[in-house]
Design a protein around this ligand. Structure first.
Ligand code: HEC
Length: 182
């Protein structure tokens, strides 16, 4: 028995890659537009929602009837799972996602929706990503302290970081028209 165990340990060591776990790749999987719609847009909207209404205690539980009606409208996922974290934890999470999302926007090799490389080498794009991180961290710190005034103020700046990039690389003179990312 003992010998069996040590043999299997040995074989683990001999299989390449088995001893050290392999994490996810470092390749970007989404286009920049997909990342923006999936992470920046969703998280930024949570910040703006918090500006419109102070994250308070838990909302009252929905009655089964209301919950069913909401599910019928929004689909079961958004009604049940997308709103599990509410209030301050939701704001904290959104701010953290934006701060770390700024790094994802800087990964080499990511393409824009139109197939052009994301301009990760351009100074104004880099500055936009840096601002997004800095301003989101300000929101993150205030939200962790549940400092509503501080968070409210800090959220005002976040849009500035978005437009720092968008004015050049997204919207152009003719808003929403090509060429993007150039
Ligand atoms: C580092 C630069 C940069 C920052 C910072 C940035 N964006 Fe973007 N964003 C872009 C670029 C470039 C595109 C165009 C991507 C493409 O076409 O693939 C884009 C596209 C988008 C889109 C897709 C729009 C469409 O027409 O489909 C949304 C939504 C968006 N950004 C939201 C945001 C928000 C909200 C923020 C701030 C919280 C933000 N972005 C911050 C560079 C940036």
């Amino acid at each position: 028995m003992r010998r069996l165990v040590s043999l299997s340990v040995l074989s683990l060591l001999l299989v390449p890659g088995a001893a050290s776990a392999q994490g996810p790749s470092e390749e970007p999987m989404g286009t920049l537009g997909e990342l923006m719609r999936g992470l920046m847009f969703v998280s930024a909207n949570k910040l703006f929602d918090a500006q419109a209404q102070e994250p308070g205690g838990e909302l009252p539980e929905m009655s089964p009837e209301v919950s069913e009606a909401v599910s019928a409208l929004m689909g079961p996922t958004s009604a049940r799972f997308a709103s599990i974290y509410r209030g301050w934890p939701d704001l904290v999470g959104a701010a953290a996602a934006l701060a770390d999302g700024a790094k994802l926007a800087m990964i080499d090799g990511r393409l824009c929706d139109n197939g052009v490389s994301a301009p990760v080498g351009r100074a104004d794009y880099i500055e936009g990503a840096r601002l997004l991180e800095e301003y989101s961290v300000n929101v993150l710190n205030a939200a962790r302290e549940q400092d509503y005034e501080g968070a409210w103020e800090a959220i005002n700046y976040v849009t500035e970081s978005c437009s720092h990039c968008h004015s050049t690389y997204r919207d152009g003179p003719d808003s929403r028209q090509e060429p993007r990312c150039q």
